[in-house]
Design a binder for this molecule. Structure first.
Ligand SMILES: [Fe+2]
Length: 249
């Protein structure tokens, strides 16, 4: 199993506080059946340049490497905060991609409405960098929860979607997560783990749930996750999720 979204690298963001906590998170992930952890520390363009970020990430990763439990493999990316007003310089942004692929994990704003400017900026980003956004935890944005048709617009642009494991179990959100999974609109799933307390490793429950899904759903997710890591081009399905009386279908 792959955990596609994690904050396990210490001293880089609000994730693991130190190597000790990082190792505990990785040991628990291993216990739950995870074999590959994609490290996606937060990236804020106001804080450092992409080059500074990947240099710091490499230093931290090498300090952690000898402590990584056997059987767990770390891969690297970033969670790039992207609004209409940030990430103004696209140069070097490809450096933040997942394992030097064309796929960059992008975190959208937590506002209740997305203006056209945001979509235009995403399109400009894709055109200028040749990168494809993998939208982080699509289950967490109020704008998408209110209007899931936004997913159709993003998919039509070519964006992919990552969903957090917990979304499949949280009342209110789970309808959206399940509807997306059934329609083949979930391209990656991650824990978004930050610590061992309130945002701890939690991939096991999702793995058990997925195991009960039809083979094509299981295989579809396994394939898109592998395609991302192998840098194969993914053309997302452009489906429509409807919301009626609080239910998603
Ligand atoms: Fe995150």
């Amino acid at each position: 199993m792959i955990d596609f979204h994690s904050h396990v690298l210490p001293h880089l963001d609000d994730g693991a506080k130190d190597v000790d906590m990082a190792v505990k998170m990785l040991e628990e992930s291993k216990r739950q059946g995870v074999k590959t952890v994609i490290c996606t520390p937060h990236y804020y363009s106001k804080k450092r340049s992409p080059r500074q970020f990947i240099e710091k990430r490499a230093t931290i990763a090498s300090s952690l490497l000898s402590h990584v439990p056997e059987g767990i493999e770390l891969r690297f990316g970033a969670e790039v905060y992207f609004t209409a007003d940030t990430v103004t310089v696209f140069e070097e942004m490809a450096l933040l991609s997942i394992e030097n692929t064309r796929y960059v994990m992008v975190e959208l704003p937590f506002t209740h409405k997305y203006e056209d400017r945001l979509f235009q900026k995403l399109e400009a980003f894709m055109l200028e960098t040749d990168c494809i956004p993998l939208i982080a935890h699509v289950d967490r944005y109020p704008a998408i929860y209110r209007k899931p048709a936004i997913l159709t617009r993003l998919a039509a642009m070519g964006c992919l979607f990552q969903v957090n494991a917990e979304a499949f179990f949280v009342k209110g959100i789970q309808g959206l997560a399940h509807a997306m999974l059934k329609k083949g609109m979930v391209h990656a799933v991650g824990s978004d783990m930050h610590n061992m307390e309130d945002r701890a490793p939690n991939m096991q429950a999702f793995a058990e749930l997925l195991g009960q899904m039809p083979t094509e759903v299981q295989e579809g997710l396994r394939q898109t996750q592998a395609d991302i890591l192998e840098n194969r081009l993914i053309i997302p399905k452009v489906e429509r999720i409807k919301k009626l009386f609080g239910k998603f279908f």
